[in-house]
Design a protein around this ligand. Structure first.
Ligand code: GDP
Length: 453
């Protein structure tokens, strides 16, 4: 990492300030060439973590009055000497400062390069680095809290402790293979079995939590479905608090899907309002209905809107029996009933009496969604949960290797076979924090970051 890199850390466009970030071995020299501090004495003292007012120049030409933050390595974000230049907003000023830095020897940073350097300097592991991008991209309070808990290292600690458990077990076995005559404890099958089982339990616990973690991070793909005129668009608008979909008493107005995202009870719902399901002769409506059926396949949550106490149609029965696990029934238009006792034959499916018109049922719906996401468990915002697909997939592979190791022990397999399984488990768990990753994987991960991060 010989190069000194520079990038805009804030999005381009008109704003009151822009921040540019400069990091690397030549950062100090470049700043000295371009920056003339008002308080030279203070600047030359070289104090770390200071903000310094002055002018930024390109050769002799003054470009702007700026504030320069000095964060010297190894205490900076990247671990290198970092300078952050706060200049006036607008496209031109920041760009001219950027070019001035490049002319003095800096290179334009790649997306995610600052965070990649932070990782390579050991300032953070991969779980923390990926949490940075999740924090930037979070769309709900809960997702931001989750990313923050990962960034603070809570999750990394759990992963590292699991990795240590596996590493220790492997060390016992390998000592047993290398020095069989020493009667090492490793050859106690029962004790080893216990260790592997413990590691398996901890892996499974993390995997269980990751279901919640993934939803908190990515949201739930939620499809609103039902026959025409039952109140689907009204429900969507009420959840969004805006008139997104057209509401009329003419059946068949929503012919195409409407997609919107909204936070409900801290959970991001990626809502899809669909064309009403019915027998239709009309081509456009029929195509819409076909899409509705396809949307149900991929949905993670289905809100089936029915008319309270109306007999269920065949299509509704079909949805209830096919997608039992992911359906919540919204029995709408409760306000039209004389008697609010609702009969419903599916005991294991939650039905919520509802009236969009009178705003009844929303709290129950929110509670039900939260209950499903948190699987009835109380999860504190600071609980470290795995949420990233790459990390979850590595943990699943680790879990499979541990299962294999456990079976090898029960079947009385030789130690070297067991050692292969545990090595695989170790390899997979190490991938999560980045203890053992290839350059290509790193590139893939950090290229998803924005420039300047
Ligand atoms: P969609 O075709 O399923 O999307 O249904 P809409 O949302 O367009 O609603 C159809 C009609 O039902 C409209 O006239 C709504 O005002 C009415 N509606 C929706 N929800 C309720 C409700 O809870 N009670 C009553 N009485 N009418 C409702």
């Amino acid at each position: 990492m010989d190069a000194t890199i520079v990038a805009m850390a804030t999005a381009m466009g008109e704003a009151s300030i822009h921040i540019l970030r400069l990091s690397g071995p030549q950062a100090g020299n470049i700043i000295d060439k371009c920056f003339e501090p008002h308080n030279l004495k203070r600047w030359t003292r070289g104090d770390n973590f200071t903000l310094n007012l002055g002018v930024f120049k390109d050769e002799s030409k003054v470009l702007d009055e700026v504030l320069v933050g000095r964060m010297l390595g190894p205490f900076s974000y990247t671990g290198e000497d970092v300078y952050e230049i706060n200049c006036h907003g607008g496209t031109f000023v920041a760009q001219r400062i950027l070019y001035a830095c490049i002319r003095c020897g800096a290179q334009l940073a790649e997306p995610g390069e600052f965070s990649k350097r932070a990782f390579l300097y050991g300032k953070m592991d991969l779980v923390q680095a990926e949490a940075v991008i999740d924090l930037i991209c979070s769309r709900t309070d809960t997702a931001a809290n989750l990313a923050l808990s990962q960034l603070s290292g809570g999750l990394s600690k759990k992963i590292i402790s699991l990795r240590d458990e596996i590493l220790e077990t492997l060390a016992f076995i390998e000592a047993g293979i290398d020095f069989p005559e020493d009667d090492v404890d490793s050859l106690d099958r029962e004790a080893l079995g216990g260790r592997v089982t413990m590691a398996l339990i901890n892996t499974r616990l993390l995997l269980e939590g990751s279901k919640t973690g993934k939803i908190l991070r990515d949201g739930l793909l939620t499809v609103i479905v039902g026959r025409p005129n039952v109140g689907k668009s009204s429900l969507l608008n009420a959840i969004l608090h805006e008139e997104r979909a057209i509401v009329t008493d003419v059946p068949g107005t929503t012919r195409d899907e409407i997609r919107e995202s909204v936070s409900v009870g801290g959970i991001l719902l990626k809502l899809v309002d669909t064309a009403g399901i019915c027998e239709s002769q009309e081509l456009v409506e029929r195509l819409g209905i076909e899409r509705t059926w396809r949307a149900l396949e991929t949905a993670e949550l289905i809100l089936l809107v029915v008319q309270a106490n109306d007999p269920l149609t065949n299509d509704e029965h079909h949805i209830l029996s096919t997608y039992t696990e992911k359906v919540i029934v919204i029995a709408n238009k409760l306000d039209l009933l004389q008697n609010e006792n609702i009969s419903f034959e599916y005991e294991n499916i939650r039905l919520i009496p509802f009236s969009v018109l009178e705003h009844r049922g929303f709290e129950e719906l929110e509670d039900e969604i939260r209950k499903r996401v948190y699987q009835g468990e109380v999860i504190m915002p600071s609980d470290p949960l795995l949420s990233n697909v790459r990390q979850i997939s590595a943990l699943e592979r680790c879990n499979n290797a541990l299962k294999q190791a456990s079976e090898s022990i029960t079947q009385g397999m030789p130690w070297d076979i067991l050692s292969i399984d545990l090595r695989e488990a170790l390899h997979c768990i190490s991938e999560i924090t980045g203890h053992n990753v290839q350059e290509s994987l790193l590139e893939d991960i950090f290229s998803r970051f924005c420039i300047g991060k």
